[in-house]
Design a protein around this ligand. Structure first.
Ligand code: URA
Length: 276
């Protein structure tokens, strides 16, 4: 460890580890967590598991001294490793710790209350991805907890998906754009490494994308949502279904019917893939 940045980074991470990390919602370990560990093409994490249940204020490090460690989204395919639920949680915790003080988008970081990293079961077979946090999400630091989230919960319950047990949910961008404006393509590009890494860590069986921003950021598909909703794509070989953002459904209730059709297709594919 010769490079001064490496030394600083190591000290910084040790301090963080000593202090614990602030509350970050990954949900409780589900009582019926997977009986067998999931097979993943990922290297073994060298990071010790972190206690996520005890939010502790982190010792502050001056903004200008914070390391801008790049987040590596890539999946390494050369090592086949089986990882436990706790290891996956620890990898997500490490990612959160590296991203929670991000200042890459100056307007978003100046205006946010909390970084909204993601929530749910770290070993979930379903990953749901929306655009970005709104007012309630920004206040609570949890995705989809406002009116759109409540609608989403009802729609998921109607296809027998329990959001806390079966899903890990996140957004393309982790900080609320002021006034809930649509995030710019530049902001999406800047934040995407975190989402890519989340997908690489969780390695879900299926992904549900909510709305145009999510479809365009993840699939690089900029077609209008009314042309691609209900269609299936793949991302890193993972099947992906696209539907409307529930925020859109609250604005235009005529979209609820096609969104419901999309969710039924999603449910069928999920059952095929997981035999559940
Ligand atoms: N819409 C989103 O895309 N994400 C949220 O977290 C809430 C509403």
């Amino acid at each position: 460890m010769n490079h001064p940045l490496e030394k600083f980074l190591s000290t910084y991470l040790n301090q963080q580890e000593e202090a614990g990390i602030p509350g970050f919602v990954l949900g409780e370990k589900p009582s019926e967590s997977r009986p067998t560990p999931i097979k993943l093409d990922l290297p073994v994490s060298t990071i010790a598991p972190i206690n996520l249940s005890q939010p502790v204020p982190v010792r502050s490090v001056p903004q200008e001294n914070r390391p801008q460690q790049p987040i590596q989204p890539s999946i390494q395919t050369n090592v086949q490793v089986e990882r436990s639920h706790d290891t996956i949680r620890a990898e997500l915790a490490d990612l959160y710790r590296r991203g929670k003080d991000c200042t890459a988008c100056s307007e978003l970081s100046r205006n946010r209350t909390k970084v909204v990293f993601g929530a749910g079961n770290a070993s979930a077979k379903i990953m749901i991805i929306g655009e970005g946090p709104g007012f309630e999400e920004d206040q609570q630091g949890v995705p989809f907890v406002g009116p759109a989230g409540q609608l989403l919960n009802k729609m998921l319950a109607a296809i027998n998906v329990d959001r806390t047990k079966d899903v890990f949910i996140s957004n393309v961008i982790k900080c609320r754009p002021p006034g809930n404006r649509t995030p710019s393509p530049e902001e999406c590009r800047t934040c995407m490494p975190i989402l890519k890494r989340q997908i690489a860590i969780i390695r879900p069986s299926i992904i549900l994308l909510l709305g145009k921003t999510a479809a365009s950021a993840v699939l690089n598909n900029t077609a209008p949502i009314n042309q691609i909703h209900g269609a299936e794509f793949t991302y890193l070989s993972i099947p992906v279904v696209v539907t409307y953002d529930p925020t859109e459904l609250l604005r235009d209730s005529s979209l609820k019917r096609p969104a419901w059709d999309d969710l039924q297709k999603f449910q069928m594919r999920y059952r095929e893939l997981t035999h559940e």
